[in-house]
Design a protein around this ligand. Structure first.
Ligand code: TRP
Ligand code: SF4
Length: 328
């Protein structure tokens, strides 16, 4: 039997998970876990790079996020779930990579430039934040991961990881690291209630932990086709955000909804009510699981502890090889 290819991916524990995480990341992780040897990480050091002024919520979000992962189908028996800060080899490799990563690579990184431009609530002009992708490279390479499932926004980081990988192998004349490839998430990007990107900071997200009533309320506040004012006005489903939710969460009735909307046979209020029902149906199974797991946080801690031990074993092994190659 040939060994499975390895996957490493991570999420920053900066808040509750929402539907965007589910369709953008979690559904994908669940699909990959049979075929690959998966390492899924709570990226708390990465979170700290943004949340350094107020880091105290991170450990609670870490547990809460992992509860969501497992509720949505991540199986801790199949995949290794761990916490970045509990595996110190990441930081050693991060420092080693930092020595030979040119500043220009990092300063040119589009995600870096964008964040400096867009984020106004905290100061990201820091030494640590510039090095964000170097730590990400260490995360991936310390497990010699071959594949990294990411959204499109993370592709520049993966490209940097590949460059760091080549530079290391070239400098120390040892092919320790395989060059990792992205597995790009295919799901259409889910927009928030107001039509902008779904994000905690925009306050436009539907959280996985929302109650059926909260979902009903949030869906009823969604922006629809702006040209449809009266019930008798024919609608344009292709410009309506509610409709794009149908495409993702209830594709079997999307065509029917499209037709009814165009012919003004269904009103937006009913259309949204139906969508909320569909969403609640989808989240129901998950809610049950979440309720059970939330009652037993010690079990979640045990799962992470076991994952940390396993991750440390693999990561320390790589670090040993790295140091030997460098003559350290
Ligand atoms: N930067 C990723 C994000 O914000 C999180 C992350 C950290 C990650 N380390 C990683 C993702 C390694 C994939 C692989 O979403
Ligand atoms: Fe959007 Fe539905 Fe209203 Fe049509 S009926 S505009 S799809 S909410």
């Amino acid at each position: 039997m040939t060994a499975k290819n390895r996957i490493l991916s991570g999420m920053r524990p900066t808040g509750k998970l929402h539907l965007g995480h589910l369709v953008g990341t979690l559904d994908n992780w669940v699909k990959l876990q049979k075929e690959y040897d998966c390492y899924f990480m709570v990226a708390d050091w990465h979170a700290l790079m943004g949340e350094y002024e107020n880091p105290s919520g991170m450990s609670e979000y870490a547990i809460d996020n992992v509860i969501d992962w497992i509720s949505c189908g991540i199986d801790p028996k199949e995949s290794t779930l761990f916490v970045q800060s509990q595996v110190s080899a990441h930081l050693e490799l991060f420092l080693i990579f930092s020595c030979f990563t040119p500043l220009g690579w990092l300063e040119r990184c589009p995600t870096y430039k964008e964040q400096l431009r867009e984020v106004t609530t905290r100061d990201l002009h820091t030494y640590g934040f510039l090095g964000y992708p170097v730590l990400q490279a260490a995360d991936i390479l310390v497990y010699k991961a071959n594949k990294v499932p990411v959204g499109e926004d993370q592709l520049p980081h993966l490209e940097l990881t590949r460059e760091i990988c080549r530079r290391f192998n070239g400098l120390y004349k040892k092919n320790i690291f395989p060059e990792p490839n992205a597995i790009l998430t295919k799901a259409a990007r889910l927009l928030g209630l107001d039509g902008r990107k779904m994000s905690k900071s925009y306050n436009n997200a539907i959280n996985l932990s929302d109650s059926p009533e909260e979902i009903q309320k949030k869906v009823s506040s969604m922006i629809t086709d702006p040209k449809r004012i009266k019930l008798s006005d024919p609608g344009h489903p292709e410009v309506c955000n509610v409709n794009s939710y149908y495409a993702i969460f209830s594709p079997e009735i999307k065509d029917e909804i499209d037709d009814s909307c165009r012919q003004a046979k269904i009103g937006c209020t009913d259309c949204k009510k139906k969508l909320a029902e569909k969403l609640n149906q989808k989240l129901d199974a998950y809610r049950q699981k979440r309720r059970e797991l939330s009652r037993d946080k010690d079990m979640i801690k045990d799962i992470l502890h076991e994952g940390n031990v396993k991750a440390n074993t693999v990561a320390n092994e790589t670090l040993k090889e790295v140091k030997a190659a460098m003559g350290l």
